[in-house]
Design a protein around this ligand. Structure first.
Ligand code: HEM
Length: 497
């Protein structure tokens, strides 16, 4: 027994020693970007990165400039910080920068889903068909109906017009967007009351998973939290099982089409359940938090709220049957569009990752060329390098509702960096092969919600002097930011409706 433990201990020590040595041995080769391994073997800068990715990268950019490689938990990430140099990475004409390799590992770990080779293409072609064009028009109407249903319901009871209700804004927005989004995509049974209760139950567990998510991805959970994540995964696999789905008669074409593809590929039912969980996460993890930022910005900026309401009054006209609007109005709301674009500039912070297949050169906008090493990961963090660049967006931390409006009221698309017109002046949806396929639906869904909230309800902060909360630093890089704490508000369905 003693012999075995000694041998095992020695083996472990050898493995740890080898891994650390590999890290220590790595040297910057000619033409490679500046290399910063950090002072801790293997971990490198992982602790500072996970604690506050935004501050860490700001520091690295000040130290190394527009491109650098850092060690994070035994892996090497090359961050490109100059948005004028994003083109070759996002277009990747040589197909040597791979998005799927990293994504496959992540979805296996988080959702238990084993990807197929054709999944990525199938997902994007299903989304082109059902989340854009005519498919999107149909879904917009379903979404409006779902939002109306969910918003008229308060804690299981019908909302009474003229009566004030109080809630936490973040929780309120997340719950409504989640329930309406889930029901629109995953379908209704014949019993809508029951559907609402089920959506509520799902949301409560979804939030638990959501709160553990960043530390789960970074493998930082304690033993109890690991058990909790396992329980939550099983809960979602069961609640979203394809068997349960058989009882529903209005699953969206988007989900139905993708599940049919998986069936045709011979994917087992249990794996399809995991696919559903993954799609629930992708479709519902961002719209609620983003709507929170939009609503709190409007509540804290009366001139913006006024502009949104005036535009809505003009576009909707006199017709005011409760929750009855023609979804085609969504195409004629440049002020609301600008509010949403500004909200996502301030609130969306994705990280774009590509694994380098084969050593290759990258040419920066400055003309300088760098060697990317095979097996490393290229990373972009547009929140810092684009959204917060004062050259592209003056006073970048300020909310300016009309930042994306031309003086004549049309959408502004001309933004410049160092005097050059910049193509990627915001990137809330990512870009290139992994761009969010649900972006048009997401935007419409959030616009509908804000439109309904601002035109059908009176809204006020419980404490008008309360500041806009800071962003939770642990969530940088994970899609839409979340606040460090919630804010109380009151809402009242207008009597005249
Ligand atoms: C505010 C709302 C949303 C934001 C900010 C957002 C943002 C993003 C981003 C940045 C990515 C790319 C991640 C990467 O490069 O790794 C992504 C991927 C994805 N999003 Fe969204 N998203 C939103 C809403 C939605 C909605 C409503 C849906 C579906 C109806 C959706 C479906 C997806 C899917 C399926 C992917 C994976 C795409 C792939 O694997 O290539 N998203 N989203």
């Amino acid at each position: 027994m003693v012999l075995w433990s000694t041998a095992l201990g020695a083996l472990l020590l050898a493995i740890v020693g080898y891994v650390c040595l590999m890290g220590l041995l790595r040297q910057r080769r000619p033409q490679e970007p500046p290399l910063d391994k950090g002072s801790v073997p293997w971990l490198g800068h992982a602790v500072a990165f996970r604690k506050n990715m935004f501050e860490f990268l700001k520091h690295m950019k000040a130290k190394h400039g527009d491109i650098f490689t850092v060690q994070l938990g035994g892996q090497y990430f090359t961050f490109v910080m100059d948005p004028l140099s994003f083109g070759p990475i996002l277009k990747d004409a040589q197909r040597k920068l791979d998005f799927t390799e990293y994504a496959r590992k992540l979805v296996m770990k988080v959702f238990g889903y084993q990807s197929l080779d054709g999944d990525h293409q199938m997902l994007h072609s299903a989304s082109t068909k059902f989340l854009m064009g005519q498919g999107l028009e149909e879904l917009n109407q379903v979404m409006l109906d779902s939002l109306s249903l969910v918003m008229r319901d308060s804690k299981g009871q019908k909302l009474e017009a003229g009566c004030w209700y109080e809630d936490d804004i973040f929780h309120f927005c997340y719950k409504i967007l989640f329930k309406a989004g889930y029901l629109s995509l995953f379908g209704y049974t014949k019993d809508k009351e029951q559907d609402l209760l089920q959506a509520d139950k799902l949301f409560k567990q979804f939030r638990k998973f959501d709160l553990l998510f960043p530390r789960f991805v970074y493998s930082l959970l304690g033993p109890r939290e690991w058990l909790e994540v396992g329980r939550l995964q099983r809960f979602f696999h069961k609640m979203l099982s394809v068997e349960e789905g058989l009882e529903k008669d209005s699953i969206s074409n988007w989900i139905a089409h993708m599940l049919q593809y998986l069936r045709e590929q011979g994917v087992a039912g249990a794996m399809q359940d995991k696919f559903n969980f993954m799609m629930l996460w992708a479709s519902q993890g961002n719209t609620g938090p983003a709507s929170f930022w939009a609503l709190i910005f409007l509540l804290k900026h009366p001139e913006a709220m006024r502009a949104v309401r005036e535009e809505a009054a003009q576009v909707l006209g006199e017709k005011r049957k409760p929750f009855d609007l023609d979804v085609s109005v969504l195409r004629h709301l440049p002020v609301l569009d600008s509010v949403m674009e500004e909200t996502l500039r301030l609130g969306a912070s994705p990280t774009l990752l590509r694994v380098v297949h084969g050593d290759q050169m990258i040419k920066m906008a400055s003309g300088k060329e760098y060697l990317l090493r095979s097996g490393d990961t290229v990373a972009l963090f547009p929140y810092l390098s684009v959204h917060m660049d004062p050259d592209i967006h003056p006073e970048p931390t300020a909310f300016k509702y009309d930042r994306f409006l031309n003086p004549n009221g049309t959408r502004k698309v001309d933004f410049y960096k160092a005097g050059k017109k910049i193509h990627h002046y915001t990137m809330p949806w990512g870009s290139g092969v992994s761009i969010c396929p649900g972006r048009f639906l997401a935007l419409n869904e959030m616009k509908l919600f804000i439109l309904l909230m601002t035109t059908h309800f009176d809204l006020e902060l419980v404490d008008p002097d309360t500041p806009i909360p800071a962003v939770d630093p642990y969530r940088w890089g994970f899609g839409t930011a979340q606040p460090t704490h919630d804010v109380r508000f009151r809402y009242r369905l207008r009597l005249s409706e």
